[in-house]
Design a binder for this molecule. Structure first.
Ligand code: AMP
Ligand code: MN
Ligand code: MN
Ligand code: MN
Length: 286
C-alpha cells in the first residue's frame, strides 16, 4: 500500500470537506504525504498546511488545472507548487472567471428540459462561488430527487450530448504547464484513463499525441495509480510512463465520503517499473 495520496479535493473546489477535515481524514487513514489538488484554485493550501503540521503529516501544495486540448477537457495536476507565484495565481484566476457564467448556461439548459431552479440549488452546495462546477449541480440533482447518486447524474446529465452540458474553453495545455513550472512545480497528467471512455473519448493514438505535446511543454509525470483507474490501467499507464520517460504519480481523487471511487489513502502499490514522482523532491531535499 502507498502512503502517498497526491490528488484530492476540498470544498474550495468540488469536495465536501474543508481543507482541515481532508488532512485529518488522510492522517487517520494512514496517509503520510498528502497532495491537496483543488480544481483551478489554491485557496485551501494555507489551512491544509496548518492542519498537516498539527497531525504530523507532510502536505504537498498542489492544484488540478482544467485544460482544453483540441476538443477534449484534460486535467493537469501541479505538485509542489509555490502558491504565491504570480503567473500561477493569475492563470488560475483567469480559468475561474468563466465558471459563474457557464453555471448560468447549464441551469438554462436544464430548465429547457423541464428541470428548473438548478442555479440556486447548485449554489447551495458551493463554498467558493468562483468555483461552481458540475459536481455542485450533480449534488443538487441528487438532493432534489432527479437521480439516486452523483455518479448516475453524470450518466444522464451534464456530459457531452446530455441536458446541462455546456462546452467551455479552459486553459491551454502549454500555459497550464508553464504556470506550474513558473511556480517551481511538477506537472502531472491526471487520470489519463478517464479520457479514453465515454462519448468524445480519445483513442490511443490521440493519447500519444497528447503525451508528446505534454512532454514537449515540460510535463514530467503521469497518474498511474488513480481512484479513476482499474488495476489493468495501472499497468497500461505504467507502460506509457516508461515510453515517455515520465514519473509516476498516485492519488485517490477523493471528493467526499460516500461519493468517491476511493477514499483517501489505501492506494495499491505501483507496478514495479515505476519511478515515483516524489523521487523528484525527495532527492532534491536529500
Ligand atoms: P467541472 O470542472 O465543473 O467541469 O467539473 C468536473 C468534475 O465533475 C470532475 O472533477 C469530477 O469531480 C466530476 N465528474 C465529471 N465526470 C464525472 C463522472 N462521470 N462521475 C462522477 N463525477 C464526475
Ligand atoms: Mn472534481
Ligand atoms: Mn480531474
Ligand atoms: Mn480531481
Amino acid at each position: 500500500m502507498l502512503d502517498y495520496d497526491l490528488h484530492c479535493h476540498s470544498n474550495v473546489s468540488d469536495g465536501t470537506l474543508t481543507p482541515a477535515e481532508i488532512v485529518a481524514r488522510a492522517a487517520e487513514r494512514g496517509v503520510k504525504v498528502l497532495g491537496l489538488t483543488d480544481h483551478d484554485d489554491i485557496a485551501g493550501l494555507a489551512e491544509a498546511a496548518q492542519a498537516a503540521a498539527q497531525y504530523g503529516i507532510e502536505l504537498v501544495n498542489g492544484v488540478e488545472i482544467s485544460v482544453t486540448w483540441r476538443k477534449h477537457t484534460v486535467h493537469i495536476v501541479g505538485l509542489h507548487i509555490d502558491p504565491k507565484c504570480p503567473e500561477l495565481v493569475e492563470g488560475l484566476r483567469g480559468i475561474r472567471s468563466g465558471r459563474m457564467h457557464r453555471a448560468e448556461l447549464m441551469a438554462e439548459s436544464l430548465a429547457r428540459c423541464g428541470i428548473g431552479g438548478t442555479l440556486e440549488g447548485a449554489y447551495r452546495h458551493v463554498q467558493n462561488p468562483e468555483m461552481i462546477g458540475r459536481t455542485h449541480f450533480a449534488r443538487h440533482l441528487v438532493e432534489s430527487g432527479q437521480c439516486k447518486d452523483v455518479r448516475s447524474v453524470f450518466n444522464r446529465y451534464l456530459v457531452h450530448g446530455k441536458p446541462g452540458y455546456v462546452p467551455h474553453e479552459w486553459a491551454n495545455l502549454k500555459d497550464a504547464v508553464s504556470w506550474i513550472r513558473a511556480a517551481g512545480g511538477i506537472a502531472v497528467l491526471a487520470h489519463p484513463g478517464r479520457y479514453m471512455v465515454g462519448r468524445c473519448s480519445m483513442g490511443k493514438s490521440t493519447l500519444h499525441e497528447l503525451l508528446e505535446e505534454f512532454v514537449a511543454a515540460g510535463g514530467k509525470g503521469i497518474e498511474v495509480v488513480s481512484g479513476s483507474h482499474t488495476p489493468p490501467q495501472y499497468a497500461e499507464f505504467a507502460r506509457y510512463a516508461q515510453e515517455f520517460g515520465l514519473l509516476c504519480s498516485c492519488g485517490s481523487d477523493f471528493h467526499g465520503p460516500q461519493e468517491s471511487y476511493r477514499d483517501l489513502g489505501r492506494l495499491p502499490d505501483f507496478p514495479l517499473e515505476c519511478r515515483p514522482v516524489w523521487t523528484e523532491w525527495e532527492t532534491a531535499a536529500a
